[in-house]
Design a binder for this molecule. Structure first.
Ligand code: ADP
Ligand code: MG
Length: 715
């Protein structure tokens, strides 16, 4: 067997089986939860009452920190961090690369006596000046004016990152250009939350439910899927190292068809990893809740409890980082790519989203008819938003990695539709038909056609895994986002489009005839909305080809790949939508278009070049060695007049596969020259098919790359 594979298998096989002791004790959970967060409680103990009051006010109102208190807050933050072993601080931000960025500064500063003091001023806390020239800006910042600014977002608390012996104070920040344009994902996210809050407040006013003290809160619970493989196999797969996904690899006879991995007993080695991850997340105040085996072999999921959206997005970025770094400590590699392995499930990030006003969840059908009217209005707003702006939801999830997942056989399709479940669909149909029940006003309570919504048990609402956008009891679950993507993009779009819809509804309600019955008018409004947008509702199997045909008849967009999707982003009506909501300026939309398209093209090109390189320098040589052995054996047999019919057949097959591979490689090379990204994706697919066929016939001992049955099963 190829020594590299043999060695990897031997090392993994000789690892002592995981023992109970590998699972380090979690320790006291309640006491350590959030102990690495500069929390409200910590602030309260370390700050003067007056400063604490001012700070919490800016946190709650989402406004910038009063510079007058910055020095005191910074001093307290430094004292706290240093007492926990921190030597450095960093502004922690989310540039448009998809990752987080940090530049560490030591607290240490020399004093006049030749000694050092530990310093961290209010100015250090509030703004940082980052040389932004190497971050993508899509033309927002000319290179001669490379300065970018990071500004503290006090709504997301500072936290400590521990790595072996080093402790770093991380300050979540927004990242802007010198002229104030957002160079990151946090700024537009915060703006979109504001836009949605404004619209919800307007709707509340229209419903007569407005209360100046009540706040709107958007929530997110992000489920994170990932793969773990042993690092020995990883190092033997240049495609995983360079692209995060396998460019070749035949599907093994057994993969996920027995459905024996999903929710299966977690192996000790993996459980030790998961326990380690949970412990770190809890210290960071991240409410990691659920962990389990996912559908594909070697695939897993982690989900925290839902939190305020901005915080939840930051926390998801931290979760991805902790998963990656902790895997290394356990001799594993965590793959966050959307489709590391062909033929088995890819990884997504289910985005559970809801909106609250005070303690009312607008997506919760209550028993109270008043709340039901609000619920149905919100529901219809979401239906309208998703139908009108399905293109933007697709844009928000577009990436070279996610293209392999959306539209494949197991992920939600690239066509965006809404799953409501049977009961809710029935209610919607009743409203559309114009309920036979008279709308009534009992005891001043509104009643929208349906007397009372039946309680919708969460379990009954959704077991449809094929829908990209599903109502799940009291929230919507957007399943199209990819596992490696920041949740920010999806939620920026979701907030913006729902905000626009709610605004439209509120506007219509404001125009109701005060003399006429509110309820009848609301019913008519909902009825009209449903009639206009019900085409986006689909409760069937989203993987079925028949749905794609049906979706086409309904006129729903099917944006198959990133360039097709991204083209929608720059449409004038979409730019106008973002501008009106104050989420993106035209320049900010255009810059993101440039950046994401460039990223797409670069990633595809890297894959294509590596596919070509592996084909010519690893795969074809392995096949030709194999052929030489075969030819020698056939020749030797011939010398004693034995005709080796079977080996001749094998040799002929390998020879013709080699020719086919060479042809396909040339096509790919040609497309690389032409910079045809979409063409390259197709050509890589075609090349892969031949190589995978070759893998199925070449002697196992001659095959140079670890196979799927090893990558996915030996760990
Ligand atoms: P499933 O795998 O069945 O979709 P999980 O329990 O794995 O469900 O994840 C559901 C996610 O939705 C969790 O993060 C949970 O906290 C979150 N969630 C529950 N209620 C809400 C809500 N009202 N708003 C937003 N997220 C919610
Ligand atoms: Mg889910």
């Amino acid at each position: 067997m190829s020594s590299i594979r043999e060695d990897a298998i031997a090392v993994v096989a000789s690892m002592p089986p995981g023992r109970e002791e590998d699972i380090r004790p979690v320790g006291e959970i309640t006491g350590s939860f959030g102990s690495d967060v500069f929390s409200i409680e910590t602030m309260q103990t370390l700050l003067s009452a007056q400063t604490f009051k001012k700070l919490t006010k800016s946190i709650h109102d989402g406004i910038a920190l009063d510079p007058g208190i910055a020095n005191e807050v910074a001093a307290a933050m430094k004292e706290w961090a240093v007492s926990k072993g921190a030597t450095h601080y960093t502004h922690w931000f989310q540039p448009l690369t998809g990752a987080t960025a940090e530049k560490h500064e030591a607290f240490v500063e020399p004093d006049k006596t030749g000694h050092v003091i530990l310093k961290f001023s209010g100015k250090n806390l509030i703004v940082g000046e980052a040389d932004a020239s190497s971050f993508p800006s899509g033309g927002l910042r000319s290179t001669f004016e490379a300065r970018g600014y990071t500004a503290w977002d006090p709504t997301s608390p500072a936290f400590l990152r521990r790595n072996r012996d080093t402790v770093t104070l991380c300050i979540p920040t927004a990242f802007c250009s010198y002229t104030g344009e957002a160079l990151d994902k946090k700024t537009p996210l915060l703006r979109s939350i504001q836009a949605l809050s404004r619209s919800v407040t307007r709707l509340m006013k229209a419903f007569g439910l407005y209360d100046p003290k009540t706040r709107c809160r958007v929530s997110l619970g992000a489920e994170q899927e990932y793969f773990l493989i042993d690092r020995h196999f990883y190092y033997a797969r240049p495609d995983l190292i360079q692209c995060g996904r396998t460019l070749f690899g035949a599907t093994p006879p057994k993969h996920q068809q027995l459905e024996d991995h999903y929710y299966g007993a977690i192996r000790p080695r993996i459980l030790a990893f998961m326990a380690d991850v949970d412990r770190q997340l809890w210290r960071l105040g991240i409410p990691a809740k659920t962990r389990h085996n996912e559908a594909a072999p070697a695939q897993f999921e982690i989900a925290p409890l839902f939190e305020e959206l901005n915080l939840a997005v930051d926390h998801n970025m931290i979760i991805m980082e902790v998963l990656r770094l902790t895997a290394e400590e356990h001799g594993l590699v965590c793959l966050l790519h959307e489709k590391p392995f062909a033929g088995v499930n890819g990884s997504g990030k289910h985005n559970n989203w809801s909106v609250e006003y005070g303690n009312i969840n607008l997506l919760n059908p209550g028993n109270d008819p008043h709340q039901n009217a609000l619920f149905l209005t919100t529901l219809c707003s979401v239906i309208r938003a998703v139908d009108k702006h399905a293109d933007l939801l697709r844009v928000a999830t577009a990436s070279s990695g996610n293209d392999h997942r959306l539209g494949a056989c197991e992920a939600p399709p690239a066509v965006i539709s809404i799953f409501l479940g049977e009961q809710l669909t029935e209610i919607i149909e009743q409203i559309e038909a114009g309920s036979t029940k008279k709308s009534t006003r009992r005891g001043g309570i509104l009643n929208v056609g349906v007397d009372c919504l039946p309680p919708l048990p969460m379990d009954a609402t959704d077991r449809n895994r094929t829908s990209p956008f599903a109502f799940t009891g009291n929230k919507f679950e957007f399943r199209a986002p990819g596992s490696s993507q920041s949740c920010a993009s999806a939620n920026i779009v979701l907030n913006t489009i729902v905000s626009e819809s709610i605004d439209k509804m509120a506007e219509a309600i404001e125009k109701f005839d005060q003399e006429a019955d509110f309820n009848t008018q609301l019913q008519t409004l909902l009825q009209k909305t449903i009639k206009a947008h019900k085409r986006v509702i689909f409760n069937g199997n989203g993987y079925d080809q028949s749905w794609l045909d049906e979706a086409e008849r309904r006129g729903l967009p099917n944006l198959k790949n990133t360039p097709e999707a991204m083209a929608q982003f720059k449409k004038p009506e979409n730019i106008a939508l973002f501008e009106k909501a104050g989420v993106y300026s035209k320049a900010e939309v255009c810059s993101r278009y440039e950046i994401y398209m460039e990223e797409y093209e670069r990633k595809i090109r890297i894959e294509a070049e590596l596919a070509l390189l592996l084909t010519r320098t690893v795969i074809m040589p392995a096949a030709s060695m194999e052929l030489r052995n075969l030819f020698q054996t056939i020749k030797d047999a011939g010398s004693i007049k034995v005709a080796l019919r079977s080996l001749t057949k094998t040799a002929t097959t390998i020879a013709s596969l080699l020719d086919a591979i060479d042809d396909k490689a040339e096509v790919l090379e040609d497309l690389i020259g032409k910079k045809d990204s979409v063409g390259m994706v197709g050509a890589m697919q075609a090349l892969r098919k031949e190589v995978d066929d070759l893998e199925r016939i070449v002697a196992d001992s001659s095959w140079p790359l670890p196979k799927y049955r090893e990558l996915l099963f030996i760990y």
